[in-house]
Design a protein around this ligand. Sequence first.
Ligand code: SAM
Length: 275
Amino acid sequence: MELWFTEQQTPDLGFTCKITKTIYTAKTKYQDLAILETKQFGRMLVLDGAVQTTIADEFCYHELIAHVPLFTHPNPKKVAVIGGGDGGVIREILKHEEVEKAYLIEIDQEVIEASKKYLPEISCALDDKRAEVIITDGIKFVSENKNMFDVIIVDSTDPVGPAVGLFETNFYQAVYECLKEDGLFVAQTESPFYDQELIRNVFHSIKSIFPITRLYLGFIPTYPSGLWSFTMGSKKYDPLEVDISKIKRIDTRYYNPELHKALFALPTFVKKIIE
Ligand code: SAM
């Protein structure tokens, strides 16, 4: 008998993928967790029925959310990831030699444990000497720490459950205060095709707090519509003013210096969302 997994991406649309094996399932304190084996994408982490990451396409998302901010800040030493329990963003951050410490602020320890056990290709850097895992609510963490980080990366689930507050103005204000005086942050901000109101609200919220606000796009095959947005708020450095000839070549499959500014060139319908 064939087994198929379907994520209901919108009330009227599903993403369906054949499963060769259910590797692990758990009901954690915060969400339903599953690790599925698929032919098309390899192993897949699913939370509350939504695909978080897969072995085949994780590089698209993790490289884009990590390297764009880290190559925009000229000297990122202390970096925090809010969410990101699979460890993929930490792995990318630690490719930057100047980073002294990368903190993972994840609410659900079970996501980290399952990723370490079943997704070692993604979670492999979580035990690095420069990585520190803190199990707590990211909203609480940023509101309790001031002037601490060069870069903050918000790698959250969709805005449901414990992640709702990660898309709100109060949180962005706390992120602003948690950053050093020239700090910057990036958040994953969903699909420009399906989540236009969310993108508009988040962009204008961030713009009301940070002097520089920019939206960029990437292609992630397993996320709704494939087209994905990231929003950056920066106190000082503008990603569009980076001298791309000075960007170091690191080992990546999606990001490269030529893409750094090009990612911010938006299709007309996306420009209209944030006008
Ligand atoms: N790349 C994925 C995406 O865009 O769908 C997100 C991956 S990562 C697994 C998301 C993580 O955010 C989850 O492990 C979840 O537990 C965590 N998370 C959700 N709300 C949080 C909060 N308030 N504080 C810290 N972590 C949170």
